[in-house]
Design a binder for this molecule. Structure first.
Ligand SMILES: [Zn+2]
Length: 61
């Protein structure tokens, strides 16, 4: 419980990411490949990230 930031690696381009504290389920964008990543898990300040397919679609259909 000491670090103010969290770290993780982009599953697509393997860029090391350092982000401010986020919560599980939050999304962030990889600055390298611009993919949207979702925080799947946080353990000991390490993020488990999963890429999210962002598609514009009509909701509720
Ligand atoms: Zn990336």
């Amino acid at each position: 419980m000491s670090s103010a930031t969290l770290t993780g690696a982009c599953p697509e381009c393997e860029t090391d990411l350092t982000v401010p504290p986020v919560v599980q389920g939050e999304t962030l964008a990889c600055p390298e490949c611009m993919l949207t990543l979702r925080v799947e898990d946080i353990q000991d300040g390490r993020l488990t990230l999963e890429m999210v397919e962002v598609q514009l679609r009509d909701w509720g259909q």
